[in-house]
Design a protein around this ligand. Structure first.
Ligand SMILES: Nc1ncnc2c1ncn2[C@@H]1O[C@H](COP(=O)(O)OP(=O)(O)OP(=O)(O)O)[C@@H](O)[C@H]1O
Ligand SMILES: [Mg+2]
Length: 321
């Protein structure tokens, strides 16, 4: 028997101080995610945003036990019945969690599709495995086609192999596969890469529709702030492995706007805003400065920012917010 854990207090997911460290050659290690804390209430859609390399996918992989062998995790990630995803064994994750309780739209769909099988056959197999449909071949076929339609995957491409798909089509195939198990918690890691704007809308609306049933939630990782604005009710901004701001989407995208200078910079980089990219690049995770990791790029930074890491208080980690 495992020790009973505190239940998630009505949350679909409750993540407390999740950290991920990679052990590297020569005894070095790199912390890719540090103390991530957030919760997903029933019906919630949390958008996790931030520049490339800030730890978003590592966080999602940690939740599903998909990290490579050189990774170590700390903290907890509780499902409603108290199952801690970070403590659960591979057997539990494989048999009862992945696809069933937590669905994943992976960031690199091509890597997650089986190269030697058509999209239809992969969908049908996943339906057979996860949805246990009543009836025979015709029902299986119909369920697979319905999943494809939900992800806007064209029916006349179902008999193609992954290598015959464009990036956008592979993305939609992966989304269809993730929707099959109807998992209450969906993690969608850049689900709109390679899609035109109208398909972006269709895809995120479909993912969002998933949360309409009771007890469901969506964590959407995205570079696409316009897509985030369309579906999210809460935004979490990550920088160099840490969540530096969480805010209700209305306040974040509208008034008063983001509070962290990095988050303001992300919004200013949107084409319909000033279109001003944030100067500089994020620091190396293995070589973070002692103070605020954003200080070197921040117009507001002062000596305090460079010397002391800002604590996360009242939704933001910034000395100057
Ligand atoms: N197996 C690994 N070993 C060591 N470091 C790793 C490993 N996997 C990821 N990292 C590091 O963790 C950091 C975060 O990577 P992650 O893939 O989560 O970024 P991301 O925010 O998803 O970026 P993107 O927006 O480009 O997808 C990166 O700096 C990466 O180099
Ligand atoms: Mg990623």
């Amino acid at each position: 028997m495992t020790t009973p854990l505190p239940a998630a207090d009505g949350d679909v997911l409750r993540v407390e101080r999740l950290s991920v460290r990679f052990r590297m050659r020569g005894g070095r290690s790199v912390e890719a995610v540090t103390d991530a804390t957030f919760r997903l209430r029933p019906g919630a859609c949390l958008a996790l945003v931030g520049e490339s390399g800030c730890g978003k996918s590592v966080l999602a992989s940690a939740l599903l036990g998909l990290l490579p062998g050189n990774a170590e995790t700390a903290g907890s990630a509780l499902l409603p019945d108290g199952l801690d995803l970070l403590a659960a064994g591979e057997r539990t994750l494989a048999r009862t969690v992945r696809g069933r309780r937590v669905g994943l739209v992976p960031q690199s769909p091509a890597a997650h599709l089986t190269p030697v099988r058509t999209v239809r056959s992969q969908l049908e197999e996943t339906v057979r495995e996860l949805a246990a449909p009543e009836g025979g071949k015709a029902e299986l076929r119909a369920a697979a086609e319905a999943a494809a339609a939900r992800a806007a995957f064209p029916a006349d491409h179902l008999d193609r192999y992954p290598h015959e798909l464009s990036g956008g089509l592979a993305q939609r195939a992966a989304t269809a596969l993730a929707l099959v198990g109807d998992a209450p918690l969906l993690l969608a890691d850049e689900p709109t890469t390679g899609l035109d704007r109208d398909l972006v809308h269709r895809t995120v609306d479909e993912l969002r529709a998933h949360t309409r049933d009771a007890g469901r939630a969506l964590l959407m990782i995205t570079h696409d702030l316009a897509a985030a604005r369309r579906v999210a009710d809460t935004v979490a901004v990550m920088y160099a492995g840490r969540i530096v701001e969480t805010a209700p989407a209305g306040a974040f995208f509208g008034a008063p706007g983001p509070r962290h200078p990095y988050a303001r910079g992300l919004l200013d980089a949107l084409p319909e805003r000033a279109f001003t990219p944030i100067p500089g690049v994020p620091p190396e995770l293995g070589n973070l400065p002692p103070g605020c990791a954003f200080a070197a790029r921040c117009a507001l930074a002062d000596a305090t920012c460079r010397a002391a890491r800002p604590p996360f208080t009242e939704g933001v980690a910034c000395h100057r917010a």
